[in-house]
Write a protein that binds this ligand. Structure first.
Ligand code: IMP
Length: 192
C-alpha cells in the first residue's frame, strides 16, 4: 500500500498540535459573533475539518461543497465546476471555508469569488497546507496550518488517485509517481 510514498512531511502529532492552535485562534476571533458556519471542500478537507471543529469552542454548524476543475485548457482560468453546492443560504452568515491545500490558488480564488456574491456577513479561509511556490493567483488565507515546499503530498485527507486519504501523517509521494500525473494534468479533471 505504501510503495508510492517517499517520506513523512508533516507528522500526525505536529498536525494535532497545530489544529489545537488553529481552533483556539478561530474560537477567539469568533467569540462575539453568532453561530459560525464551517464549509468544508470535499473530499480533501474532511479529516482536517473533523479535527478542527472539535478544537473550536464557539457554536459551529457544517456544510460542504464539492468542486472539480475544468480540463486542461480552461484550468488556467481558474474556473471550477460545482459538483455539490451548499445546502443552505449563507446570506448574513459568518462563513469559514475549510480547504486541504492551496496550490495555484485558482480553486480557492474561484470559491471565494462565488461565495462573496451570496453576501455572507463574513468570509474567512482556513487551510491546512500552503504551497506558495506554485501560486498563480493571490488568495488571502486567514488561518494556515503549514507552509510546505512544492511537492505532491498525500494523507490526512489528501489523495493520489483517491488513495492515501486515511493516512494520519502527511506524506510526500515518490517524485516519479506524481511526475507522470502532473505532466498529464489529470488532477485538474478530478474532484478535489
Ligand atoms: P489549486 O486550485 O491549484 O490551488 O488546487 C487546489 C486543489 O488541488 C486542492 O484542493 C487539492 O485537491 C489539489 N492538490 C493540490 N496540491 C495537492 C497535493 O500536493 N496533494 C493532493 N492534492 C493536491
Amino acid at each position: 500500500m505504501h510503495s508510492d510514498l517517499d517520506r513523512i512531511l508533516v507528522s500526525s502529532w505536529e498536525i494535532q498540535a497545530r489544529v489545537i492552535e488553529l481552533g483556539r485562534a478561530i474560537s477567539e476571533d469568533y467569540a462575539n459573533t453568532g453561530q459560525l458556519l464551517t464549509v468544508g471542500i470535499l473530499k480533501g478537507s474532511t479529516i482536517f475539518m473533523a479535527d478542527l471543529v472539535r478544537a473550536i469552542t464557539v457554536p459551529v454548524s457544517f456544510d460542504f461543497m464539492a468542486v472539480a476543475s475544468y480540463g486542461q485548457s480552461s484550468s488556467s482560468s481558474g474556473v471550477v465546476r460545482i459538483l455539490k453546492d451548499l445546502d443552505q443560504t449563507i446570506e448574513g452568515r459568518d462563513v469559514l471555508l475549510i480547504e486541504d491545500i492551496v496550490d495555484t490558488g485558482l480553486t480557492l480564488n474561484y470559491l471565494l469569488e462565488t461565495l462573496r456574491t451570496r453576501n455572507p456577513a463574513s468570509l474567512r479561509v482556513c487551510v491546512l497546507l500552503d504551497k506558495p511556490d506554485r501560486r498563480k493567483v493571490e488568495v488571502s488565507v486567514d488561518y494556515l496550518g503549514f507552509e510546505i515546499p512544492d511537492e505532491f503530498v498525500v494523507g490526512y485527507g489528501l489523495d493520489y488517485n483517491e488513495l492515501y486519504r486515511n493516512l494520519a501523517d502527511v506524506w510526500v509521494l515518490k517524485p516519479g509517481v506524481y511526475g507522470k500525473k502532473r505532466n498529464s494534468e489529470s488532477r485538474s479533471q478530478n474532484s478535489e
